[in-house]
Ligand binder design. Structure first.
Ligand code: MN
Length: 211
Protein backbone atom coordinates (compact mmCIF):
# COMPACT_ATOMS: atom_id res chain seq x y z
CA UNK A 1 0.00 0.00 0.00
CA UNK A 2 1.25 3.49 -0.91
CA UNK A 3 0.17 7.02 0.11
CA UNK A 4 -2.33 8.17 1.17
CA UNK A 5 -2.01 5.80 4.11
CA UNK A 6 -4.99 5.09 6.32
CA UNK A 7 -5.27 4.44 10.02
CA UNK A 8 -5.49 0.64 10.30
CA UNK A 9 -8.29 -0.59 12.60
CA UNK A 10 -7.39 -1.80 16.08
CA UNK A 11 -7.38 -5.62 16.38
CA UNK A 12 -9.70 -5.51 19.46
CA UNK A 13 -12.30 -3.25 21.14
CA UNK A 14 -10.90 -0.12 22.78
CA UNK A 15 -11.75 -1.37 26.29
CA UNK A 16 -10.50 -4.91 25.66
CA UNK A 17 -7.12 -4.43 27.36
CA UNK A 18 -8.60 -3.22 30.66
CA UNK A 19 -7.46 -3.20 33.42
CA UNK A 20 -3.92 -3.33 31.99
CA UNK A 21 -4.54 -0.41 29.61
CA UNK A 22 -7.70 1.70 29.93
CA UNK A 23 -10.08 2.54 27.08
CA UNK A 24 -9.22 6.19 27.79
CA UNK A 25 -5.52 5.59 27.13
CA UNK A 26 -6.27 3.59 23.96
CA UNK A 27 -8.69 6.33 22.86
CA UNK A 28 -6.06 9.08 23.07
CA UNK A 29 -3.22 6.90 21.90
CA UNK A 30 -4.99 5.57 18.81
CA UNK A 31 -7.34 8.40 17.79
CA UNK A 32 -4.95 11.26 18.61
CA UNK A 33 -1.32 10.10 18.56
CA UNK A 34 -1.42 7.29 16.00
CA UNK A 35 -3.97 9.09 13.79
CA UNK A 36 -1.83 12.24 13.77
CA UNK A 37 1.24 10.31 12.60
CA UNK A 38 -0.82 8.94 9.68
CA UNK A 39 -2.25 12.35 8.79
CA UNK A 40 1.13 14.12 9.02
CA UNK A 41 2.86 11.41 6.98
CA UNK A 42 0.31 11.82 4.19
CA UNK A 43 0.79 15.59 4.17
CA UNK A 44 4.56 15.23 4.06
CA UNK A 45 4.95 12.60 1.33
CA UNK A 46 2.45 14.00 -1.14
CA UNK A 47 4.27 15.30 -4.22
CA UNK A 48 7.62 13.83 -3.11
CA UNK A 49 9.47 10.90 -4.67
CA UNK A 50 8.30 8.83 -1.69
CA UNK A 51 4.62 9.11 -2.62
CA UNK A 52 4.70 5.86 -4.64
CA UNK A 53 6.55 3.83 -2.03
CA UNK A 54 5.17 1.36 0.47
CA UNK A 55 5.35 2.36 4.14
CA UNK A 56 8.25 -0.02 4.84
CA UNK A 57 10.17 1.36 1.85
CA UNK A 58 9.68 4.95 3.02
CA UNK A 59 11.01 4.02 6.46
CA UNK A 60 14.12 2.33 5.07
CA UNK A 61 14.73 5.10 2.53
CA UNK A 62 14.63 7.86 5.16
CA UNK A 63 16.26 6.10 8.16
CA UNK A 64 19.45 7.95 8.98
CA UNK A 65 18.54 10.94 6.78
CA UNK A 66 20.49 14.13 7.44
CA UNK A 67 17.95 16.41 5.86
CA UNK A 68 15.32 17.79 8.29
CA UNK A 69 12.33 17.22 6.01
CA UNK A 70 13.37 13.58 5.43
CA UNK A 71 13.93 13.11 9.17
CA UNK A 72 10.42 14.38 9.74
CA UNK A 73 9.05 11.90 7.19
CA UNK A 74 11.02 9.09 8.83
CA UNK A 75 9.67 9.95 12.29
CA UNK A 76 6.05 9.93 11.16
CA UNK A 77 6.34 6.87 8.89
CA UNK A 78 8.15 4.81 11.53
CA UNK A 79 5.62 5.83 14.18
CA UNK A 80 2.76 4.68 11.92
CA UNK A 81 4.46 1.29 11.48
CA UNK A 82 5.50 0.99 15.16
CA UNK A 83 1.98 1.64 16.44
CA UNK A 84 0.38 -0.88 14.07
CA UNK A 85 2.95 -3.37 15.29
CA UNK A 86 2.38 -2.45 18.95
CA UNK A 87 -1.42 -2.93 18.81
CA UNK A 88 -0.88 -6.38 17.31
CA UNK A 89 1.73 -7.25 19.94
CA UNK A 90 -1.03 -7.24 22.55
CA UNK A 91 -3.99 -9.57 22.90
CA UNK A 92 -6.59 -9.52 25.70
CA UNK A 93 -7.13 -13.27 25.39
CA UNK A 94 -4.21 -15.11 26.87
CA UNK A 95 -2.37 -16.64 23.93
CA UNK A 96 -0.31 -19.77 24.41
CA UNK A 97 3.40 -19.98 23.93
CA UNK A 98 4.36 -23.15 22.05
CA UNK A 99 6.33 -24.71 19.21
CA UNK A 100 9.36 -23.10 17.61
CA UNK A 101 8.98 -19.81 19.49
CA UNK A 102 8.80 -21.50 22.90
CA UNK A 103 11.94 -23.54 22.22
CA UNK A 104 13.79 -20.47 20.86
CA UNK A 105 12.91 -18.53 24.05
CA UNK A 106 14.20 -21.35 26.24
CA UNK A 107 17.38 -21.63 24.16
CA UNK A 108 18.14 -17.88 23.95
CA UNK A 109 16.86 -16.56 27.30
CA UNK A 110 16.50 -19.60 29.56
CA UNK A 111 12.71 -19.23 29.78
CA UNK A 112 9.69 -16.96 29.41
CA UNK A 113 10.22 -15.26 32.78
CA UNK A 114 13.76 -14.33 31.75
CA UNK A 115 12.59 -12.99 28.38
CA UNK A 116 9.90 -10.89 30.08
CA UNK A 117 12.49 -9.57 32.55
CA UNK A 118 14.80 -8.62 29.66
CA UNK A 119 11.99 -6.79 27.83
CA UNK A 120 10.97 -4.99 31.04
CA UNK A 121 14.56 -3.97 31.64
CA UNK A 122 14.94 -2.65 28.07
CA UNK A 123 11.72 -0.64 28.44
CA UNK A 124 12.68 0.68 31.87
CA UNK A 125 16.18 1.74 30.84
CA UNK A 126 15.19 3.40 27.56
CA UNK A 127 15.88 7.01 28.57
CA UNK A 128 13.00 9.21 27.42
CA UNK A 129 10.64 8.12 24.66
CA UNK A 130 11.06 4.92 22.69
CA UNK A 131 10.34 1.24 22.30
CA UNK A 132 11.39 -2.18 23.62
CA UNK A 133 11.56 -5.02 21.08
CA UNK A 134 11.88 -8.77 20.73
CA UNK A 135 13.66 -9.41 17.43
CA UNK A 136 15.10 -12.40 15.56
CA UNK A 137 18.13 -12.86 13.38
CA UNK A 138 18.59 -16.24 11.66
CA UNK A 139 16.06 -17.61 14.14
CA UNK A 140 18.06 -16.38 17.15
CA UNK A 141 16.09 -14.12 19.49
CA UNK A 142 17.27 -10.97 21.22
CA UNK A 143 15.90 -7.88 22.96
CA UNK A 144 16.57 -4.34 21.75
CA UNK A 145 15.49 -0.85 22.69
CA UNK A 146 15.18 2.15 20.38
CA UNK A 147 14.73 5.88 21.02
CA UNK A 148 11.86 8.06 19.77
CA UNK A 149 10.60 6.70 16.41
CA UNK A 150 13.56 4.42 15.64
CA UNK A 151 12.61 0.86 14.77
CA UNK A 152 14.75 -2.27 14.20
CA UNK A 153 12.92 -2.92 10.91
CA UNK A 154 14.52 0.24 9.44
CA UNK A 155 17.78 -1.76 9.35
CA UNK A 156 16.15 -4.92 8.05
CA UNK A 157 15.89 -6.60 11.45
CA UNK A 158 12.91 -8.90 11.89
CA UNK A 159 10.61 -7.76 14.73
CA UNK A 160 8.52 -10.19 16.79
CA UNK A 161 6.97 -7.96 19.48
CA UNK A 162 7.14 -4.40 20.73
CA UNK A 163 6.17 -2.32 23.75
CA UNK A 164 5.64 1.44 23.46
CA UNK A 165 7.39 3.26 26.32
CA UNK A 166 6.50 6.80 25.29
CA UNK A 167 4.73 8.46 28.26
CA UNK A 168 1.50 8.74 26.24
CA UNK A 169 1.28 4.92 26.31
CA UNK A 170 0.92 4.73 30.11
CA UNK A 171 0.71 8.10 31.83
CA UNK A 172 -3.09 8.24 32.24
CA UNK A 173 -3.10 4.78 33.85
CA UNK A 174 0.24 4.57 35.66
CA UNK A 175 1.48 8.20 35.78
CA UNK A 176 5.28 8.11 36.13
CA UNK A 177 5.44 4.39 36.94
CA UNK A 178 6.70 2.94 33.68
CA UNK A 179 7.94 -0.30 35.35
CA UNK A 180 4.40 -1.03 36.60
CA UNK A 181 2.99 -0.58 33.09
CA UNK A 182 5.66 -2.87 31.67
CA UNK A 183 5.13 -5.52 34.32
CA UNK A 184 1.37 -5.50 33.81
CA UNK A 185 1.49 -5.54 29.99
CA UNK A 186 4.26 -8.14 29.71
CA UNK A 187 2.70 -10.39 32.34
CA UNK A 188 -0.87 -10.31 31.04
CA UNK A 189 -1.51 -9.32 27.43
CA UNK A 190 1.45 -10.32 25.27
CA UNK A 191 0.32 -11.75 21.94
CA UNK A 192 2.52 -14.84 21.65
CA UNK A 193 0.66 -15.96 18.51
CA UNK A 194 1.73 -12.76 16.76
CA UNK A 195 5.36 -13.24 17.87
CA UNK A 196 5.30 -16.84 16.59
CA UNK A 197 3.85 -15.70 13.27
CA UNK A 198 6.54 -13.02 12.92
CA UNK A 199 9.28 -15.53 13.77
CA UNK A 200 8.05 -17.90 11.07
CA UNK A 201 8.10 -15.02 8.55
CA UNK A 202 11.67 -13.95 9.26
CA UNK A 203 13.04 -14.98 5.86
CA UNK A 204 10.26 -13.16 4.04
CA UNK A 205 10.73 -9.93 6.05
CA UNK A 206 14.49 -9.92 5.58
CA UNK A 207 14.20 -10.51 1.83
CA UNK A 208 11.69 -7.66 1.51
CA UNK A 209 14.10 -5.35 3.35
CA UNK A 210 16.98 -6.28 1.05
CA UNK A 211 15.04 -5.48 -2.14
MN1 MN B 1 2.67 5.63 21.10
Amino acid sequence: MTAPFSLAPLPWEENALEPVISARTIGFHYHKHHATYVKTLNELVVKTKLADMKLEEIIRATAGAKDDSEKNIFNNAAQVWNHDFYWRSMNPTKTKLSGKLASAITRDFGGTAELIAALAEAGKTQFGSGWAWLVSKDGKLSVEKTGNAMTPMAKGTNCLLTVDVWEHAYYLDYQNERPKYLESLLGKIINWDYAAENLSREGEAVRAAAE
